[in-house]
Design a protein around this ligand. Structure first.
Ligand code: 9PG
Length: 546
């Protein structure tokens, strides 16, 4: 149940509100809706951080992280994520939030928070960064506009407060509202494909690409891939996307080899990132987000310091447009664009905008340059990407091992990747097509057990998500091919997940209206046998129910 919330520091009630802020002003309208309230409005001047919502913190609620790789999971107000300190220190302060200070203090839920009988959710993130945090006994929803100053009013990120019903229904209702608010149009093509990353990782060579291309082309019945995507490993450096490593053909040769075998060609790039060693950085240090006039490190990766491009800089926009256009001209029509959070790092930029606005400026350039080709977001701020991507990774990386660890900020592993896909299913076809990360089907060169591999594949199918295989295809025999066939056969329905607030790590995926008719998949992610939807399900496995 939701106790009556406070809006802007007073008990919620319908009406208009004008508020003088320290260095700005706020105008808001609160409307009563069937299930609760809708808050809209505008801010001007330097609004800084504004408290919008407050209610007593629920004993348990669903927390959602800012970006693809962060968790969505059940937490209590007392939940802490001790591993975040090491991530902030060793990897990046801005990986999991543009406001890391709040994140280190306690549970922070970006965009929305949901609990038994209630949900508070911001419907967009276009200028401000909306988030919820536990403050004393309360759960408080803020919008932060960083230190931006707005001469003309900018719209408040609308807030919907919904009450009554199961958390799963509330999330779906929130998804519908966010869909409308962001004018999302879901791509008609829901990809099936192959990706190089989770077998070859950074050691991918051109002979590996050719081997798998030949294998896929030779057995289309078993490998009905639309797209064949080359991941990280082909490029000379992070930032230098158009020059392939020695041993690789030029990019048009790479795409050509894929296309002449009848697949759409897919490629990976991190278009907002530049390694300290890259030609891009050497030539254009002035294009980077800065601090004190110098390039500001964004994150550590590939053993290097990585900088973030200032996506408000006119020359960067030209470069982004030219780079995406060049990838398309080379023949690629599926772009996995990764580490996108970099463009939303706080820092000095040409444009006097918030980091969220900067991110969206960059993504709009990419979207325009990509035309109707498929853009898969990864490592991306979620809500700011709504309407700008076709697909979105909704969890941290999978891996050829399971490994249950205490919280979702540690990975990569198959457990958290799959759990996040289940938790964030309400985003699928509301904000974009969900990418649950790749299926690892192989029974060799893996620590995953047969039940774990089967569960992952069947869940991705039942969820109607992207299905992308990331194995050396030569390792797949009749039973792995059969599993892929079963996973693909269960796509196409309207899928819904129950059990999000449960403590047992058990879920039920129900699908209806697809080619397979109505069915359910009982999911047991835990390490003990469980009864799920009336069926006994072994640890870390699933059971299909009619
Ligand atoms: C290629 C990979 C794959 C993968 C992406 C992304 O937090 N981290 O240190 C971190 C590093 C890599 C990473 C995710 C998180 O993986 O998700 O599918 O494309 O890049 O380098």
């Amino acid at each position: 149940m939701t106790p009556k919330p406070h809006l802007f520091g007073r008990p919620a009630r319908a009406g208009r509100l004008l508020r003088r802020l320290e260095k700005g002003r706020l105008e808001a309208v609160v409307e009563r809706t069937a299930g609760g309230y809708l808050v809209t409005g505008a801010v001007a001047g330097r609004p800084g951080r504004v408290e919008v919502f407050r209610c007593p913190a629920p004993a348990a609620f669903l927390l959602n992280n800012w970006q693809s790789w962060g968790p969505m999971e059940r937490v209590a107000p007392s939940t802490r994520f001790p591993e975040l300190e090491a991530i902030v220190r060793d990897y990046s302060p801005y990986l999991f939030s543009p406001l890391p200070d709040a994140l280190l203090r306690g549970p922070v839920s970006d965009y929305f928070a949901a609990w038994d009988g209630g949900l508070a959710g911001f419907l967009a993130s276009r200028a401000g960064h909306p988030f919820f945090a536990v403050e004393g006994p309360d759960l408080v929803g803020w919008i932060d506009w960083f230190d931006a100053e707005f001469a003309a009013p900018v719209p408040l990120e609308p807030l919907a407060v919904l009450a009554g019903g199961a958390v799963e229904d509330l999330l779906e209702a929130y998804g519908r509202l966010a869909n409308r608010e962001n004018r999302v149009r879901v791509n008609a093509w829901n990809p099936v494909g192959w990706c190089s990353w989770y077998h070859y990782f950074g050691k991918l060579g051109w002979p590996d690409v050719l081997e798998n291309l030949e294998a896929a082309a030779a057995d289309r019945a078993s490998f009905p891939f639309d797209v064949f995507q080359v991941d990280d490993g082909y490029e000379t450096d992070i930032g230098d996307w158009l020059s392939a490593k020695p041993g690789y053909p030029a990019l048009d040769g790479l795409a050509g080899a894929v296309r002449e075998r009848g697949f759409r060609a897919g490629i990976w790039a991190a278009p907002f990132s530049a390694a300290e060693t890259s030609e891009l950085f050497a030539r254009h240090p002035g294009w980077m987000v800065a601090e004190g006039g110098r390039p500001k490190p964004c994150y550590r990766g590939w053993g290097r310091t990585i900088y973030a491009l200032d996506t408000t800089h006119p020359e960067v926009k030209e470069w982004l447009h030219a780079t995406v256009t060049a990838l398309r001209r080379a023949g690629f029509s599926y772009l996995k664009l990764d580490f996108l959070f970099a463009a939303a790092m706080p820092g000095e930029r040409r444009g006097r905008v918030t980091p969220v606005q900067a991110y969206r400026e960059g993504m709009r350039v990419v979207r325009r340059a990509a035309g109707r080709d498929f853009v898969l977001g990864c490592g991306a701020p979620l809500l700011p990407s709504a309407g700008l991507v076709d697909g979105m990774r909704v969890g941290e990386d999978t891996a050829p091992h399971w490994k249950t660890r205490p919280s979702g900020f540690q990975g990569p592993n198959a457990y958290f990747a799959l759990k996040n896909a289940l938790m964030r299913q309400f985003m699928h076809r509301a904000l974009w097509l969900n990418d649950p990360d790749c299926l690892l089907l192989r029974d060799r060169e893996t620590e995953l057990e047969a039940g774990e591999r089967e569960l992952y594949a069947l869940a991705a199918g039942a969820l109607d998500n992207l299905v992308v295989v990331s194995d050396r295809l030569a390792l797949l025999g009749p039973s792995e091919k059969g599993l892929l066939r079963r996973a693909l056969g269960s796509r196409g329905g309207r899928a819904r997940v129950e059990g999000l607030l449960g403590e047992a790590d058990n879920f039920v995926v129900s699908s209806r209206g697809g080619p397979a008719g109505a069915f359910r998949l009982a999911v047991n992610l835990s390490d003990r046998e469980a009864f799920v939807a009336g069926a006994a399900v072994a640890p870390r496995s699933g059971a299909l129910l009619r």
